[in-house]
Write a protein that binds this ligand. Structure first.
Ligand code: FAD
Ligand code: MLT
Ligand code: ZN
Length: 479
């Protein structure tokens, strides 16, 4: 056993330092099956102190560390490279709920706890933790924080950044920053917490968090609605907001091609409409109580939109089972895309009003370069966030399409650039989009990010190759 492994085994216990290929395998491939890595070891510390000890040992041995939570990243953020130099540091054994304060409406958790467990714990005390995404059964709070996760309730509750009050972070040198405050106001210096949220494991390892809790909504109303296209969906978004205000909790758009793909691959997904629509929106309202009243409000809003021709057809869930059947369609999209084959995935955001125009322009632009390419478009329309995925033309050779993908991504991101949008709304940069960063971020932004990275991780050990492109030379200071 070499010195590094011996020191780590002493700090974490031999059983928590995985060195065999078999033991390591689940940690070395991403959820999409797009990236495969190699690791010197996979570490499974059981406490913040053990994470700190592991970081000190790795720093001493100058060994890169790839933090990992649920390994559901859609940008290859938690997968090491193939050099075998890095260790993967998995937080999954840090999975406790540390405390719940129902007066202060906060929950303090370990970073490795699975999101669904936090949702459940909140529910058990009559509260609500609103972050909700298709991977909630396996993604962790640490990964949600490091990737600043969004999901389907951002429209009403915000991203993980807005849901977080305090953090505990182990720095690259093993020091522990205890920022686990439950304060809703604290103006004592720079927002260190917000620096780590969205840093994708490149600035520190999040080991704990204080999260906000909300009043539990006891009334929900859901509808699956047929519309013509993204432009109609945007007009419907305004109409629903006019009728329902902040009760609007989710507004999930999908094109007809996306819907057809889901129905083709997801056996228990059923179309709740008479005919396949050109596009569809899943709408959810929620409120404290009075579910019948909420449903009536939704029905009235939709009746008006049917009147004006904005809505072609609508199914309103009469109970929770029907509502869950609507969500089964929406949440099946990622699985359906994986089953259909390797898509060129784009997770873009832009001003909400620019989305319809973006879809139209991007569709034309990608088809000009790749005739027959199939845009599969869905996403969180209310947040200005679309998942603009491209599938090869029917029967096109996967390798030929893969060779085209960088050019298609360039086209999609150019269309985003023209609309002052972002090339990553919620999935992060990871390794998937790191090459795009010099094209999409201003030199000053990249310089500042590199300086922050150099300050917090001068040896560049934390998650190398992710988020930030290769080292920028230190900027020459203006004389
Ligand atoms: P991992 O995948 O393990 O890691 C993600 C990143 O965070 C990596 O860079 C990793 O190094 C870093 N990291 C992990 N834990 C820590 C830590 N404790 N400290 C520091 N860095 C850490 N994302 C959305 O935003 N919205 C969605 O709607 C959404 N839907 C999804 C649906 C499916 C089916 C799948 C598979 C994924 C989806 N995702 C979505 C992407 C993914 O689930 C999120 O990015 C999630 O937050 C990742 O959490 P994780 O614990 O799996 O992190
Ligand atoms: C979603 O909104 O379903 C996720 O972001 C996953 C995806 O884009 O595939
Ligand atoms: Zn999403």
């Amino acid at each position: 056993m070499d010195d590094l492994i011996a020191a780590l085994a002493e700090a974490l216990g031999e059983a928590n330092v995985l060195v065999s290929q078999q033991d390591q395998a689940p940690f070395l491939t991403d959820w999409l099956g797009k990236y495969r890595g190699a690791a010197r070891a996979v570490l499974r510390p059981g406490s913040t102190a053990e994470v700190a000890a592991a970081m000190r040992i790795c720093a001493r041995h100058e060994v890169p560390v790839v933090p990992q939570g649920g390994n559901t990243s859609m940008s290859g953020g938690a997968t090491p490279d193939m050099s075998g130099r890095a260790v993967v540091l998995s937080l999954i054994r840090l999975n406790s709920i540390r405390s719940i304060d129902i007066v202060g409406n906060t929950i303090t958790v370990d970073a490795g706890i699975v999101l669904a467990k936090v949702q459940q714990a909140a529910q058990e005390v009559g509260r609500f933790f609103p972050l909700s995404l298709g991977a909630e059964g396996s993604c962790t709070i640490g990964g949600n924080l490091a990737a600043n996760a969004g999901g389907v309730a951002v429209l009403r509750y915000g991203t993980m950044r807005e849901l977080t009050l305090g953090l505990e972070v182990v720095l690259a040198d093993g020091r522990i920053w205890d920022g686990l405050t439950a304060l809703r106001k604290d103006n004592t210096g720079y927002a260190l917490r917000d620096l780590f949220i969205g840093s994708e494991g490149t600035l520190g390892i999040i080991t704990g968090a204080v999260l906000k809790l909300f009043a539990r909504p006891h009334a929900r109303a859901s509808a699956f609605v047929a519309v013509q296209d993204a432009a109609a969906a945007l007009a419907l978004l305004s109409a629903i907001r006019d009728h329902c205000g902040d009760r609007l909790t989710a507004f999930e758009f999908m094109t007809g091609e996306c819907l057809a793909l889901i129905l083709r691959h997801i056996g228990d997904a059923r179309l709740p409409l008479a005919i396949m629509p050109p596009a569809a929106v899943l709408i959810e309202l929620s409120d404290q109580d009075d579910e019948p009243g909420l449903r009536e409000r939704l029905e009235a809003a939709l009746a008006d939109s049917i009147e004006t021709g904005l809505v072609h057809d609508a199914a309103i869930a009469q109970d929770g089972t029907q509502a869950r059947a609507f969500w089964r369609i929406r949440e099946g999209v990622s699985e359906a895309l994986v089953r259909e084959g390797k898509a060129a995935k784009h997770d873009v955001s832009m001003p909400v009003s620019a989305m319809a125009d973006f879809v139209a322009a991007a569709d034309v632009a990608v088809r000009a370069v790749a005739p027959g390419v199939r845009p599969i478009v869905f996403g969180h329309l209310g947040d200005g966030n679309l998942h603009y995925n491209l599938l090869p033309a029917e029967a096109q050779d996967a390798a030929a399409f893969a060779a085209l993908a960088p050019a298609l991504t360039r086209i999609v991101h150019d269309e985003i650039g023209r609309r002052r949008g972002s090339i990553s709304a919620e999935h992060g940069i990871g390794q998937l989009r790191v090459a795009e960063m010099p094209l999409r971020k201003a030199p000053l932004e990249l310089e500042l990010m590199h300086q922050l990275k150099h300050l917090l991780d001068p040896a560049g050990l934390l998650n190398p190759g992710k988020l930030l492109p290769g080292k920028l030379l230190p900027a020459s200071t203006p004389n």
